[in-house]
Design a protein around this ligand. Structure first.
Ligand SMILES: [Zn+2]
Length: 213
């Protein structure tokens, strides 16, 4: 398998990326890798048991490396208690298939961690994508065992607080290419772009249970 560097992209043509798709649009292409989930900005209050059964089936697909994008957003989407319930269902499915969860988190750090803890799913590996919080938020998430994925906008103190083995990078909506993201993260850490690309690829390999080569 080639290296996957970009932990989270919404571009279905992205190379070297984990492409986030809604299970209802899951159409795996050769050589591509995916995460599947119901984004919290969409109408998650309307999801049915059939929708979750579909998510369950898609999550088990060998080209699906993670469950998501799921998560919570205090500024957009359904009521937070509904979002929390939907997030927990993603965690449960991830636990069943033994894959990590990729989560959106906008001002819901405490709610996300509380929902995961009270569901008894603290062991499910959790990647917080598009991490823009400060160093304090980063440490809270790191203490809970989370991985942090940084994109085009990030807080330098948060990157500096993140152990290299928990650090991921992403393009998300694709405004900035993965190489430029790596360069920006590298400069916050006084490392080289290639070092960050290598660290990100190695962490994805380890986290997603991929074999080298
Ligand atoms: Zn996204």
């Amino acid at each position: 398998m080639m290296d996957i560097i970009d932990c989270h992209s919404h571009d279905v043509n992205a190379a070297s990326a984990i492409i986030a798709v809604d299970p209802r649009q899951f159409d795996p292409q050769p050589g591509k890798y995916y995460s599947v989930g119901y984004h919290p900005w969409h109408d998650v209050a309307a999801l049915t048991d059939d929708d979750f059964a579909l998510l369950d089936r898609c999550a088990a697909h060998p080209q699906v490396l993670a469950v998501g994008e799921t998560g919570m957003d205090a500024l957009r989407g359904a009521d937070l208690d509904v979002q929390a319930r939907v997030f927990v269902r993603h965690l449960q499915i991830a636990a069943t298939v033994g894959k990590p969860v990729i989560a959106h988190n906008v001002r819901t750090t405490q709610q996300i961690l509380a929902a995961r803890r009270s569901a008894g799913l603290g062991h499910v590996a959790l990647v917080i994508h598009g991490m823009r919080g400060n160093g304090h938020v980063a440490r809270t998430l790191l203490d809970a065992g989370c991985y942090l994925s940084y994109g085009s906008r990030f807080n330098a103190a948060a990157v500096q607080a993140t152990p290299l083995e928990r650090l991921l990078i992403e393009t998300d909506d694709g405004l900035v290419g993965i190489h430029d993201v790596a360069t920006a993260v590298a400069s916050a850490l006084h490392l080289t772009t290639d070092e960050i690309l290598g660290i990100a690829a190695g962490n994805i390999r380890a986290l997603m249970g991929l074999r080298e080569g």
